[in-house]
Design a protein around this ligand. Structure first.
Ligand code: FUC
Length: 808
């Protein structure tokens, strides 16, 4: 059984706060998009959810999450608080952060020697030398359920509808019973830090229910109710992490009473509002990972929200959400869907119809919705399930896998104009530096820091002993590249100097210390090197080399941009010159996954790690390295269009970067048809949110690319999207881009420059006669033209519009 089979088997038997310090990131507000097209961005269903994973609907404020079932007689809202994790310091089983419990002098050098001599080692051999059983790793765990018992199922329920309006981030349930129309609304507010439920009816006195909270038995619990306030608190048994949730029930009209069992009952009310907050005493601080008792903060948050009128809470929430969400609008000529979302998905034909395009647009925007809901400043980053997990101990601990999954979660953040959502990622990675420094020193004897295949909120930066998924010291470098990308998009120099560059430099130092000379050819290689979850250990697998190449290239650029560290820059440059770039073309024309040509053309493994340099990297591209790109096509074609959810999403991105819009779209269609649940969650299986984020990012890559420094307009437009409009995508260089196209070609391109400087844009629009004007002054802009590419000098804050016409 492999790493994947394990969860599937376990799953059959298992089914069942105080956040990270926010370090200021200065973000310039990206130019606001025009109003959305007015088509409802809505998931909707004509029956309540019975299955958590595939049907319930997610709301979240980055810290607190709820899954809405929408039952008529009984509502269940499954709850999460992002920091509620077992394991770590104080864990019953002990905890070592994955660092070797006994020193192993010479262990790593021994493996390197064995690789030099034998060329390849089995994962089992390496795990026996370098791994150790994992202890105290823990798991993300559900906060529990809020249950709202409304009584017997009424006779004759009609007009039932359950919906999630992703444009406003409000879920709603409506139905008629006994001549009364009932409405419930649900949202999770980031500004007010509460989850809110509102029950109303169109006749007075019809609202009655009992609200109560439950949680699994992996914790102590005390529950009390006083003046309509439920306080639910205790500590996890495993690690004594304290948690608290408070729910204030407010009723207008009718009666409210507190139950001795900690429930609150409302009868005969006109309406009711439920306000919930939760927290833990977790803090993302090595080595203790504990902060303040959550009680005072949770009590205060609920009390503050409870005195605000419901309409005010909702308005403030909607403003907060729409300010982010509405920056991007996508119109593919879709029609507002007339069928429920599960039917829309079932009937999806691969993009042939306006209804199909409605689903594609919804799926794209849903990824953005989910990112906003699961990743806001002040808590942990989005985990394997974003924020939503019903399990006591879920699949892969619902952790932070960093051999692709956490990174994929943030692929859409910059391109789809949600740069703020990266704040928790950077806070989390910053917090890995302290434990990762210990691991780097103890395990490798290196400067800098390291993290391996996966990590938890307790600074697990060492190893375990699952042979095919325990060794991946390149993860830190990959994460550091996200900092650099944030700079490339925002051009925030303060972020570059205070946050990105220090992390990149630490990682570069780790790799300067870690690279070894390959006796076969004298190049610098990573050893032991392992292409994630696949094949044998060897020296210089493509992904290892490509990640180090990207890091060294990026850190040199960053140092140059900052004008610092000349000697270091030279040192990195010298290493880069000797580095094996990890880009070999093999015997069947493929891009080799390993330094020796072991690639099997029949291999369809879900990881396609050797194409890292194509995406998310920039080392391989059809524009600059056509031979390598052709080899990437051969590799990717052999891998096929299958794979798990996230793997398909990655392929959407790969084919877009290969400028093959039709194949990219085919992968999107595959993902929608075979790896998407009725609530539009991506399924690995099980539900894993990376595929949602990866697909959204991939669709953006089809419409706009800028990783090579040029703003490439509609680089991979599929035939299925002959005309459309996108507003508000972001390109590197602090640019916001709108495009209108028809018959597969751009008609109008709008570029809004956040700052002054040269901008190079590529589009077929520039190959013929065109006009480029400054939208503010109306004046024509002078450009230098090179084929379909133009370069001009932008002024900060100016908007430039290119259209057909003029002399060119
Ligand atoms: C990686 C993948 C698995 C799974 C896990 C959470 O290890 O190879 O398929 O997605 O992460």
């Amino acid at each position: 059984m492999d790493h994947n089979g394990e969860w599937a088997a376990r799953r059959r038997s298992v089914l069942a706060g105080a956040g990270a310090a926010v370090v200021a990131m200065t973000l310039r507000p990206a130019a606001a998009a025009a109003a959305p097209t007015g088509q409802p961005l809505m998931l909707w269903y004509d029956e309540p959810a019975t299955d958590w994973e595939s049907q319930a609907l997610p709301i979240g404020n980055g810290t607190l999450g709820g899954m809405i079932f929408g039952g008529v007689a009984a509502e269940r809202i499954q709850l999460n608080e992002k920091t509620l994790w077992t394991g770590g310091p104080g864990s019953a089983t002990g905890y070592d952060g994955g660092n070797w419990r006994e020193p192993r002098p010479g262990a790593l050098a021994g493996v390197q020697r064995a690789i030099d001599e034998q060329i390849r080692l089995s994962p089992e051999q390496v795990a026996a030398e370098l791994g150790q059983p994992r202890i105290g790793y823990g798991s993300y765990t559900t906060l529990g359920d809020l249950l709202i018992q409304l009584g017997e199922e009424p006779e004759g329920v009609t007009d039932y509808r359950r919906e999630l309006d992703i444009d406003r981030a409000v879920a709603r349930v409506t139905y008629r019973a006994g001549g009364v129309r009932y409405t419930r609304e649900y949202f999770a507010s980031h500004p007010d830090r509460v989850l809110v439920v509102r029950l109303t009816a169109d006749r007075p006195g019809r609202i009655g229910f009992t609200a109560a909270m439950t949680a699994p038995d992996n914790r102590s619990k005390t529950v009390t109710a006083a003046r309509g306030r439920i306080t639910f608190a205790g500590a996890l048994t495993d690690n004594h992490l304290r948690y608290e949730a408070q729910l204030q029930v407010l009723a207008s009209g009718g009666q409210r009473s507190d139950g001795a069992d900690g429930s609150v009952t409302v009868t005969g009310a006109d309406s009711a509002t439920l306000i919930l907050a939760a927290g833990t005493d977790y803090a993302d601080r090595y080595p203790g990972y504990r902060g303040a008792d959550p009680h005072p903060a949770v009590a205060a948050i609920v009390s503050r929200a409870a005195v605000k009128p419901y309409a005010r809470l909702r308005t403030v929430h909607e403003q907060d959400h729409t300010e982010l969400f509405r920056r991007v609008d996508l119109d593919l000529g879709q029609e507002p869907p007339t069928q429920p979302t599960d039917d829309l998905l079932r009937q999806y034909q691969g993009g042939a119809s306006a209804a199909d395009r409605a689903l594609e647009v919804l799926f794209f925007q849903y990824g953005r919705y989910l990112l906003i809901a699961s990743s806001r400043a002040g808590s942990l980053p989005a985990n394997l399930q974003g924020l939503w997990s019903t399990y006591e101990a879920g699949p892969w601990s619902v952790d932070y896998h960093v051999n692709i999954n956490l990174q994929m979660n943030y692929w859409p953040a910059e391109t789809t104009n949600l740069a703020e959502t990266t704040a928790p990622l950077f806070d989390f990675v910053d917090a890995l530096r302290a434990p990762g420094t210990v691991t780097a020193e103890e395990m490798f004897g290196n400067r800098g820091w390291v993290v391996h295949n996966e990590t938890n909120p307790y600074g697990f930066t060492g190893v375990h002993d699952w042979p095919t998924a325990f060794w991946f010291p390149e993860a830190g470098a990959w994460l550091a590249l996200h900092y650099y990308e944030h700079y490339r998009f925002t051009r925030d120099e303060r972020f570059l100097s205070e946050r990105a560059y220090p992390v990149m430099k630490e990682l570069a130092r780790f790799w300067l210390d870690e690279l070894v000379t390959d006796p076969r050819d004298g190049s610098l290689v990573v050893s032991p090197s392992y292409s994630p979850e696949h094949g044998d250990f060897s020296a210089g697998a493509a992904m290892s080399q490509q990640i180090v190449w990207e890091l060294f290239t990026g850190v040199r650029e960053a140092a140059a941009a900052l004008g610092v560290d000349a000697a270091f820059r030279e040192q990195v440059g010298a290493a880069l010159a000797r580095l094996d770039p990890g880009t070999r073309i093999g015997s069947w024309g493929q891009l080799q996954e390993w330094k020796v040509d072991w690639d099997d053309p029949a291999d369809t493994h879900r990881h396609v790690s050797h194409l890292f340099g194509l995406h998310p990297g920039r080392q391989l591209s059809p524009r600059l390295t056509p031979a390598l790109a052709a080899a990437a096509v051969t590799s990717l074609t052999a891998r096929g269009d299958g794979g798990t959810g996230w793997s398909k999403a990655w392929k959407v991105n790969f084919w877009a970067r290969l400028l093959d819009g039709d194949h990219s779209h085919r992968m999107l269609a595959e993902q929608l048809r075979t790896s998407t649940l009725a609530n539009l969650w991506d399924t690995h299986p099980p539900f894993q949110i990376d595929g949602n984020f990866g697909a959204t990012a991939g669709m953006a890559e089809m419409l706009l690319q800028s990783h090579l420094g040029t703003v490439d307009i509609l680089p991979a437009l599929p035939a299925a999207w002959p005309s459309g409009r996108v507003v508000g995508l972001r390109a590197r260089g602090d640019l916001t881009v709108d495009v209108r196209w028809s018959s597969g070609a751009a008609d109008e391109i709008t570029l809004t420059a956040g700052r002054a400087g040269p901008v190079t844009v590529r589009s077929q629009l520039f190959a013929g006669g065109f006009r480029l004007v400054d939208a503010g002054t109306g004046s024509r802009i002078r450009v230098t033209r090179d084929g379909a590419q133009v370069t001009f000098t932008a002024a900060a804050g100016h908007r430039y519009i290119a259209t057909h016409g003029g002399a060119g």
